[in-house]
Design a protein around this ligand. Structure first.
Ligand code: MTE
Length: 291
């Protein structure tokens, strides 16, 4: 998430490229999904931009790198360990994951801490369906997530500038919130590798780095867990990382954002515009302290 001139220019070229190029990414088989009332009616960002302007440091730190390198990710077979403070720990394969709950199309705004945004038509199911299935115990106060990591096919931590495996976490009530999604697809098809195949977290009211990709472990814990970026640069990235135009610990001005495909910046909105649904999770909390 180190902004450089090249990256800034790349944002512009994706914006133009998305309009002029044919969609290049084929994302696999069609998924049956019902439309969700939780979707935004804003127009989705073109598939080409969603699949060629990515942050997936395991496959490179430039925005185009994941689209070039993520073919190395083998997504089948895949298994996810669900463990920790739960009555029913499980190891789930992809078949089991797809059967947890009916798939929904959820069109969400996606806001990166680098001050760009997209609108993505995800396909997935509420994270809370998986959480309920394993029956968290009273000790489960937080949920942690870990991404797949393979040093042979992915960047080393030194080259990427962050520690691997990538880890993230949510407070239990955040994880149970109906907007928190486990995505298995986008634009009606399986997730492209560069977008976090075979399944990833999507937390639309938080900065994009909370939405961890290619998950292999979910663990329920009692204490607030370390997360990749908050360990890396604690003065910039907090555990909560809710989109907040009034709090600017990071070098990027968070008051505005550039929607990929648009020329002019737009004003950013607290909780990325999902405040009506999620503000209650943080009532009484000082959002400057808990950024
Ligand atoms: N997950 C992993 N494992 N590795 C990463 O580098 N980048 C994060 C998040 N999840 C990242 C990750 C960041 S910074 C953002 S903005 C989003 O993924 C980007 O998702 P997208 O490439 O699908 O837009």
């Amino acid at each position: 998430m180190y902004l450089n001139r090249r990256r800034f220019l790349a944002a512009g070229s994706v914006a133009l490229g998305a309009l002029t190029r044919l969609p290049a990414a084929t994302t696999g088989s069609k998924l049956n999904a019902v439309k969700s009332p939780l979707s935004t009616s804003e127009p989705p960002t073109p598939l080409d931009a969603i699949t060629h302007y990515n942050n997936f440091y395991e496959f490179g730190t430039d925005k185009e790198d994941p689209s070039k390198n993520a073919y190395k990710l083998r997504t089948s077979p895949w298994s996810v360990k669900v463990e920790g403070a739960v009555a029913k720990p499980r190891v789930l394969d992809l078949d089991a994951i797809f059967k947890i709950a009916p798939l929904e199309e959820r069109i969400y705004r996606h806001r990166c801490v680098e001050a760009w945004s997209m609108v993505i038509p995800w396909v997935g199911f509420p994270l809370n369906a998986l959480l309920k299935m394993v029956e968290p115990t009273s000790k489960a106060k937080y949920v942690t997530f870990e991404s797949y990591y393979d040093s042979k096919t992915m960047l080393g931590s030194f080259e990427a500038g962050i520690r691997f495996p990538y880890v993230e976490g949510l407070r239990m009530d955040e994880a149970m919130h109906p907007l928190a999604l486990l995505a298995v697809g986008l634009y009606g098809e399986n997730l492209p590798n560069q977008d976090g195949a075979p399944f990833r977290l999507v937390v639309p009211w938080k900065y994009g780095f909370k939405s961890i990709k290619s998950i292999v472990k979910i663990r329920f814990v009692e204490k607030e867990p370390p997360t990749t970026w908050s360990v890396q640069v604690p003065q910039w990235y907090g555990f909560y990382s809710n989109v907040n135009p009034d709090v600017n610990p990071v070098r990027w001005d968070q008051s505005k954002e550039r929607r990929i495909g648009e020329v002019f910046k737009r004003k950013s909105v607290i909780f990325n515009g999902y405040g009506d649904q999620v503000a209650g999770l943080y009532s009484g909390m000082d959002l400057r302290k808990y950024f």
